[in-house]
Design a protein around this ligand. Structure first.
Ligand code: GUN
Ligand code: FE
Length: 458
């Protein structure tokens, strides 16, 4: 399939640089971007006649697809429930009983087909999924993702202790064997877009022996790793009790050799400066999950501090600790949290009380802005999952994972500026205002098409 899009195009090239093409083109061949530029440069494109042409309207623009670095597919039926509890209370009251239901493959089929459809509809072209401990239903999730055309990592959850009897692996060797079974099942499909990922649930529910064996599997099969870290203070305390010889939470995963440059850890709300250095040295990344952190009262993760410490960061919905399935909602929550942190830090400076832990990364604090959350939702996510060579923006050679956004559609079109205020704006200013409207008030209705590797999936 060869297609060329003409019109407004936006993509991030780094945390602080957003490239805007007001009258541009992007050419796609066999799922990959072959060229991008100003429309005037299109004339020199080789074999340009062979492409099908798509003209965007003035109210439309292309954005790279959203990357959800952390979502629990089986928890979707629980969205909105139990969020008056803290992390460990919510896990035992709501999460484990629901995940245990995925012994039932028919139930899994019903939920997973909806989850994949709904995440695609809200613009998630790539998702990093936690599944459950049950492989029959894990395979259903992987098959659904392949069928619907999403890009994904799929993790068979590993948990061999501190879980209820009805939802726990039967032993370390059984866990390793189940991991191998799932990995080989998915690798044998030979679908480059959909890969297994090593998934120890967290340091409380896995012992060191299991985590070390899982790290070996990651090496043997050349796989990414995901887990949770430093989400709530209660969890951090428990981890210290379980691993008294480790200096901090990060040291636990580091001792297991899980902290690689292909490891993404959700939350990282309460990491100490020393731990950030371990992340930066190892190339391990954080999936920032602000909706979940607020819902469960876990804390406010400071993305600007992580960025200053050279830690890679992407965004995660963390459904159903998070109550929203869409990354655009998480972008807004990331802006909220960052502004709240900024206000607290400024109040602190004024001497009204020590409300934020001090850190050498706190100086000259400026909150995240709307351009930076676009980066976190796209290229930042790709870097966090170590797939920035393949996706994340529209650089030639990458695969075309993209969203066609339309601001003339409800809800963005509900309140229009008078024509007099639209005069004297440059095309770039107008495009940036369309982007702001999408970031702050848009929803899935404004995402009219979704492409993964050049294939239209919505
Ligand atoms: N820590 C361990 N398991 C979970 C989970 O399912 N969700 C969240 N948010 N944190 C966890
Ligand atoms: Fe999670």
């Amino acid at each position: 399939m060869e297609r060329i899009f003409f019109g407004q195009i936006i993509h991030s090239t780094s945390f602080d640089s957003l490239e805007l093409l007001t009258d541009g083109f992007v050419a796609v061949k066999n799922g990959k971007i072959t060229a991008i530029g100003a429309k005037s440069e299109y004339e020199s494109l080789p074999e340009k006649e062979s492409y099908e042409k798509v003209e965007l309207t003035e109210s439309q623009f292309l954005l790279p697809g959203f990357i959800d670095c952390h979502i629990h597919a089986p928890q979707v039926p629980n969205i909105g429930l139990g969020l008056d509890k803290d992390l460990l209370g919510w896990l035992s009251t709501y999460t484990f009983p629901l995940e245990a239901e995925y012994k039932d493959v028919e139930f899994a089929q019903q939920v997973y087909s909806t989850v994949v459809r709904d995440t695609i509809a809200s613009g998630t072209t790539c998702a990093c999924y936690f599944a459950t401990i049950y492989n029959d239903s894990n395979k259903v999730l992987a098959d659904e993702i392949i069928r619907q055309g999403q890009r994904a990592f799929v993790g068979k959850v590993s948990s061999n202790r501190c879980c209820p009897d009805y939802y726990i692996e039967t032993g370390t060797d059984a866990s390793v064997q189940d991991n191998i079974d799932f990995i080989e099942y998915l690798l044998s499909k030979n679908i480059d877009r959909v890969k297994p990922i090593i998934t120890p649930r967290f340091a409380i529910s896995c012992d060191m022996e299991l985590m070390k064996k899982l790290a070996e599997l990651a090496v043997r099969y050349n796989l990414n790793v995901q887990s949770h870290i430093s989400e709530s203070l209660g969890e951090v305390e428990s981890v210290k009790e379980f691993y008294p010889h480790c200096k901090n939470y990060s040291n636990v995963y580091d001792e297991a050799k899980l902290m690689t440059n292909r490891c993404v850890l959700a939350h990282g709300v309460h990491l100490e400066d020393e731990e950030l250095e371990i992340f930066a040295t190892r190339g391990t990344s954080v999936a920032h999950c602000p909706t979940s952190n607020t819902n469960l009262g876990s804390g406010m993760c400071d993305v600007k501090r992580l960025h200053a410490a050279k830690v890679k960061v992407g965004l995660g919905t963390d459904v159903s600790g998070g109550n929203r399935i869409a990354i655009y909602d998480v972008m807004r929550a990331a802006l909220d949290v960052s502004h709240h942190l900024n206000v607290m830090k400024k109040q602190d400076v004024k001497g009204t009380g020590k409300v934020v832990p001090t850190s050498k990364y706190n100086e000259l604090y400026v909150p995240l802005n709307y351009k930076q959350v676009i980066y976190l939702a796209t290229l930042g996510g790709a870097e966090a999952l170590s797939i920035a060579d393949k996706v994340g923006n529209f650089m030639p050679g990458k695969e075309f994972d993209a969203l066609l956004i339309d601001t003339s559609v409800y809800p963005i079109n509900r309140y229009k500026l008078p024509a007099a205020l639209m005069q004297n704006k440059s095309p770039k200013e107008m495009l940036l205002e369309q982007l702001q409207k999408f970031v702050y008030v848009g929803n899935d209705q404004n995402i009219v098409n979704v492409f993964v590797a050049g294939q239209k999936v919505k």
